[in-house]
Design a protein around this ligand. Structure first.
Ligand code: ZN
Length: 335
């Protein structure tokens, strides 16, 4: 395979015209045999502009060849040359460093990137190191192949990718949450309300709270707001559960709030009457999120927390059971 042909010739030799001639290109189907497998592609061919004789143009032939190889690679689940290059440059690694880091020859990588077919095992290996956490493990195994400088540089780049992908994942998950699960929720109001609830609790000496209590307080704030303005504050939907109303999809909701660094949940062991329980404590991280609320809205939260803030989750559940909307719905219903 001719590898280093980077552009088309201006003119080609035509044996019929016995001259250097200009040419044009046509498409025609052509069958290649790759590792015993027949691959048919639409090839681009050069023909003499004077006599239409088929001419050999190295760049075009090479591209046709690459096309056939690429179809073979796809059919057999092998990684493509452009993907190898993309993965390598993602870690800002030059060929020799990348090759040593994954434990294959430099010339091998070079050949792969210009179109040679990789072995299945090398193909799988390169596919896997696209995941930086996996690359980190492979790098440790091949550490001795690299100079200290190259090793450290690559290590930093891999770690950077791990961090970036973590960030991307959170971002992606958040967008997904917002669009799929919580279409109508006003997220600024929700964050403002939860910040205000937790802040008011803190002012009453409670530095953290629990999910059941937070959800009930949110419910009471919504109820108080509705009573005053005849509409919803955050547009959160509540579901009827045996221990009272809870926000629909609350697991995703809490994940969203944590990802946005509004609050943090910590698993802790707590003692109640001599027994130890694992509980989830919720701490406010961003007090400034209260800014999303109008003064009148902050006032409602303040009133609700001064009335209900000191009550236990159990007592709050009992009160919420008295609500008409709770009484008129059944388990699992949206209220
Ligand atoms: Zn000719």
């Amino acid at each position: 395979m001719k590898n280093f042909i980077t552009q088309k010739r201006d003119r080609l030799y035509c044996e019929k015209c016995d001259n250097l001639v200009h040419y044009k290109t046509i498409k025609q189907s052509e069958t290649f045999k790759v590792k015993g497998e027949k691959i048919e592609i639409l090839s681009e061919k050069a023909i003499c502009i004077e006599c239409a004789h088929l001419l050999y143009e190295p760049y075009l032939e090479n591209e046709n060849f690459k096309k056939a190889y690429s179809i073979y690679a796809k059919r057999n689940g092998l990684i493509l040359p452009e993907d190898i290059k993309r993965i390598r440059t993602k870690y800002s690694a030059i060929q020799v460093v990348f090759a040593k880091a994954i434990g294959i020859g430099e010339a091998t990588i070079q050949r792969y990137e210009v179109g040679s077919l990789p072995s299945k095992s090398n193909s799988d290996l390169i596919k896997k190191v696209e995941n930086p956490s996996f690359f980190l493990e492979i790098l440790e195994q091949n550490k001795d192949n690299l100079s200290m400088t190259d090793y450290n540089k690559l290590l930093q780049n891999i770690k950077k990718c791990i961090e970036e992908e973590k960030g991307d994942l959170i971002e992606e998950k958040n967008t997904e949450l917002i669009t799929l699960e919580f279409g109508d929720i006003k997220f600024d109001k929700l964050q403002g309300t939860i910040a205000a609830i937790l802040k008011n609790l803190k002012q009453q000496g409670m530095t953290y709270t629990y999910r059941t209590k937070l959800f009930k307080l949110l419910w009471f704030v919504e109820a108080a707001y509705y009573e005053l303005f005849g509409k919803k504050l955050t547009n959160i939907e509540f579901a009827h559960l045996p221990h009272g109303p809870v926000p629909d999809n609350y697991d995703s909701l809490m994940m969203f709030l944590q990802n946005n660094k509004l609050l943090i949940e910590k698993r802790e062991e707590e003692e109640f009457y001599g027994n130890h329980y694992e509980v989830t404590q919720i701490f406010l991280l961003d007090e400034t999120a209260e800014k999303y609320l109008e003064e009148s809205e902050k006032g409602i939260v303040e009133r609700v927390i001064s009335e209900y803030g000191r009550l236990t989750s159990k007592r709050l559940s009992e009160i919420s059971h008295e609500d008409e909307r709770y009484k008129n719905t059944f388990n699992g219903d949206l209220m």
